[in-house]
Design a protein around this ligand. Sequence first.
Ligand SMILES: Nc1ncnc2c1ncn2[C@@H]1O[C@H](COP(=O)(O)OP(=O)(O)OP(=O)(O)O)[C@@H](O)[C@H]1O
Ligand SMILES: [Mg+2]
Length: 253
Amino acid sequence: MSLFQVEGLVKRFGALLATDHVNLGVDAGEIHALIGPNGAGKSTLVNLISGLFAADAGRVLLDGQDLTRLPMHDRVRAGLSRCFQITSIFREATVRDNLLLAAQAHAGSSFGMLRDRRHERPLADTAQALAERVGLAAEQHRVAGTLPHGAQRKLDVALALAANPKLLLLDEPMAGMGPEDSERMTELIHTLKRDMAILLIEHDMKAVFALADRISVLVYGKVLVSGSVEAIRGNPQVQAVYLGTEDTTGAPA
Ligand SMILES: Nc1ncnc2c1ncn2[C@@H]1O[C@H](COP(=O)(O)OP(=O)(O)OP(=O)(O)O)[C@@H](O)[C@H]1O
Ligand SMILES: [Mg+2]
């Protein structure tokens, strides 16, 4: 049994079946990449998993716990954390304050809300560790919105890590990055693998092939095929989907 599983997940937007009975698992220590063309339903699936959207049918299970009906914050508490396709940092706050806020949000009620967060030793230590973990230790005094794009994405990852997830959902962490930043983000994600399972949504195939233990291809809300990097790389159906020449019903073209 996988650490994480979705079973028969369905989401409709009016007449559109955006998530079509999806089954997907992520094992402990695994990076499972989810790829697919624009509009395939990748972000919708992440939104269903994280609890931003309510599923019309199906189940979301993490470590034996049924999360399907839990609100977002309870899913985070259960060990599920996410990064958004669009960076969700507090742009006007410093890197340090972003990290302190995230550390405080996940520290529980033992910290008084009205006390200066900077004077809370354990929170400061957590913030420092998070900054180091994503390679932003030297940038902590900077206002987050003034950081280069790649550093903002790293901060976004750090905010998700503050929850100490068992499963991290990453929705296009390389979005808008040049090759150099992509490379660094790939290295960072690789280091996270030690401590958590990851569901990685990404269009950057270089990153996907470098990181994934398993790849699933989503097309029109359905998992078309799942397999190892080698299997997916050599799959003619997948190649056709990416070249836009495939009839995804499986009928001969
Ligand atoms: N809140 C919503 N209301 C109505 N339709 C939506 C909503 N969110 C997504 N959709 C539709 O659902 C389908 C899947 O969209 P989704 O954003 O999940 O795709 P995606 O695979 O993440 O695409 P991309 O690679 O461009 O990020 C699209 O047809 C989209 O227009
Ligand atoms: Mg998306």
